[in-house]
Design a protein around this ligand. Structure first.
Ligand code: SUD
Ligand code: ADP
Length: 309
């Protein structure tokens, strides 16, 4: 029988760093109330979907072995969710090319889920509007709406309610990737434990940081970066203190743990400084590997060709 060769749809989705992550108290539904200023970074994943006889997931890239290829993968859940909505079977082959570290606090799984929503909307010609995509995204995870949105945004609620934030210029980052990952729920639980035992510092509001973003000046932004999850991540992975010190010693303007960690993100004065800081960090033996990235970049979007990113 003749079969029509389906044309794959490829979508690129960004990683994120939380420039400001204020964590409120634990809610009754098990989530924490957040004030998060997200920035989407150029380190990204590509997700390719094509018609197939049944749903399958394959993962390529350095961290591929750490990623499940069954229903535990967020792209699987995204495909099932959209198929149910469309009243069809989720019969697609999904191939993920990972550039984002796994369990690194950079929203890699969320990026792939957002990418899958955008890709299947195109492949199945569903014509979903933005609000519908965002609603599906929020059902898949707190960070998934931001992976769709990209750029710079303020997230409230459990991080899923977004407002765009004005950000001038491009900021240059060095990312220090760690050997293992940290589980997001474990890090939130550790923060609850630290708060029950004592009084770890809590961030104030994000207004000054948002002014600094609007000014586009990295040196003004640097001292305003902050993450309430950082003490919890450092408590679980004390070696990250050395990584953070090494980055600022190497000339970064500031360093923070990205989200729930263990990736450390270093803000640099410009692209040249980022290359120099990256080279020095790579030689310092304080992390698995180093990546250079910039932001803000757009959210999940269809691309025509897979290229290096
Ligand atoms: C911490 C953040 C910061 O951007 O990112 P990562 O560091 O994981 O990338 C996010 O809040 C992670 O978002 P995401 O990874 O989508 O989390 P979800 O799947 O929604 O939730 C996983 C678990 O994290 C905890 N969680 C998540 C979000 C939130 N506002 N409060 C929480 O307590 C809960 O224990 C929840 O069961
Ligand atoms: N597409 C995916 N990519 C990476 N991890 C995934 C994916 N789908 C499910 N996971 C699971 O989610 C966990 C958290 O992964 P990830 O989203 O990369 O990190 P983080 O929540 O720290 O940003 C992983 O340990 C993995 O088991």
């Amino acid at each position: 029988m003749l079969s029509v060769v389906p044309s794959p749809v490829i979508v690129r989705a960004p990683s994120k760093v939380n420039l400001h992550l204020g964590v409120g108290d634990l809610r009754e539904d098990g989530y924490h109330e957040l004030t998060s200023v997200f920035q989407a970074l150029s380190l990204s994943d590509d997700v390719r979907v094509s018609d197939a006889d049944e749903l399958s997931v394959e993962v390529h890239g350095e961290d591929a072995r750490a990623v499940p290829t069954d229903h535990r993968n967020l792209v699987w859940q995204a495909a099932e969710l959209l198929a149910e909505h469309a009243g069809r079977r989720p019969d697609v082959a999904i191939s993920i090319r990972k550039g984002i570290p796994v369990a690194g606090g950079m929203a890699g799984g969320s990026a792939d889920a957002a990418a899958t929503l955008v890709a299947l909307d195109a492949l199945w010609e569903l014509g979903l509007d933005r609000a519908e995509l965002v609603e599906f995204a929020a059902r898949l995870g707190s960070d998934v709406p931001f992976s769709l949105h990209g750029a710079t945004a303020l997230g409230t609620g459990r991080g899923e309610q977004l407002l765009p934030v004005l950000s001038r210029n491009t900021f240059h980052w060095v990312l220090a990737l760690a050997k293992g990952g940290l589980s997001t729920p474990t890090v939130f639980r550790e923060l609850d434990r630290l708060r029950a035992d004592g009084n770890p510092p809590r961030l104030g509001g994000a207004e000054d940081l948002m002014h600094a973003l609007a000014s586009g000046d990295a040196a003004t932004l640097a001292p305003l970066l902050g993450n309430d999850l950082q003490p919890a991540a450092l408590s679980l992975a004390p070696g990250l203190r050395r990584t953070l010190r090494a980055g600022t010693n190497a000339g970064a303007l500031a360093g923070i743990v990205s989200g729930s960690g263990p990736t450390c993100a270093f803000l640099c004065a410009d692209a040249e400084a980022a290359v120099a800081v990256g080279a020095e960090l790579a030689g310092a033996g304080v992390c698995r590997t180093v990546r250079i990235a910039h932001g803000p970049v757009p959210g999940a979007r269809v691309i025509t060709h897979e290229t290096e990113h």
